[in-house]
Ligand binder design. Structure first.
Ligand SMILES: Cc1cc2nc3c(=O)[nH]c(=O)nc-3n(C[C@H](O)[C@H](O)[C@H](O)COP(=O)(O)O)c2cc1C
Length: 246
């Protein structure tokens, strides 16, 4: 069901999006059925799992997600960084994160990679804790980052809408977070760079900051799916003036 509408806003002047979708989906059974029916087409399909907003056991929701989806997913993302589910981001704290990862690892039956997705708003000490736990082998990779609660530098009249901000204004914050995490974890685990990628140069900057893989979302809203091909072409043509905030 998710949150009440409107819950998705285009900030056109800022090439950005604010969303407070609240995990609108049809539930485990329906999603599993769709995946099984269509997975034969191949490709890489990641399943992103989180907690219901009214859950009495948020960690338990991630455990259930692993149990249901690990056999059909190319990889699983444990999302503890959506700003739209009250309390979810608290699972990034050291003790809770250790407990969560112990619980999900205890039920894993396959080699399906399990990645953790973190917020770009983590304080330096918290980022250090997450990096130490992840570098210790509790996950196969880390996705950096989810949307931000920051509203710095926006011009759009919709800038005050509640929710997570994504798109170009997230680029610098998320790329710095990626670079810091890469340093803190000693380059020991694969990192997926996401946040504000909108052309080949911004994609290249994520690799320079330590990413091995990339994801993008908001720029597709403004530039369409052809952007992926454009970025790949730019990268293989050896673009780009460096944009890393390092
Ligand atoms: C409409 C919308 C829905 C999203 N839903 C999720 C979600 O369910 N789980 C998640 O981990 N991230 C979610 N995100 C965050 C994106 O996956 C991504 O981390 C973020 O938008 C930053 O990338 P971008 O600047 O390329 O959009 C969502 C983003 C948008 C715009």
């Amino acid at each position: 069901m998710g949150n009440a509408r409107p819950r998705l806003f285009r900030l056109k002047q800022d090439n950005a999006v604010i969303n407070r979708m609240g995990f609108n989906n049809d539930g485990h059974a329906a999603v599993l059925q769709r995946l099984v029916a269509r997975r034969a087409r191949g490709g890489i399909v990641g399943v992103n799992i989180g907690a219901n907003k009214d859950s009495a056991d948020r960690m338990g929701d991630s455990v259930k997600g692993i149990e249901v989806f690990e056999e059909v997913a190319s990889y699983i993302t444990i999302n503890i960084s959506s700003p739209n589910t009250p309390g979810l981001r608290n699972l990034q704290g050291k003790a809770d994160l250790q407990r969560l990862l112990e619980r999900v690892n205890a039920v894993r039956k396959s080699k399906t990679p399990m990645l953790l997705k973190i917020a770009p708003d983590l304080a330096p000490d918290d980022l250090q804790d997450v990096a130490s736990i992840c570098a210790g082998g509790a996950v196969d990779g880390v996705i950096i980052a989810n949307t931000t609660l920051s509203r710095e530098g926006l011009h759009s009249p919709l800038a005050k809408e509640a929710g997570g901000l994504s798109g170009q204004p997230l680029f610098e914050l998320s790329t710095r977070c990626l670079a810091d995490f890469h340093d803190l974890s000693g380059g020991k685990i694969p990192l997926v760079g996401v946040g504000g990628i909108h052309d080949a140069a911004s994609a290249q900057a994520k690799f320079k900051a330590g990413a091995s893989l990339l994801q993008l979302y908001s720029a597709l809203v403004y530039q369409g799916p052809g952007l992926v091909r454009e970025i790949c072409a730019g990268l293989s043509n050896g673009c780009c003036a460096a944009q890393s905030p390092r």
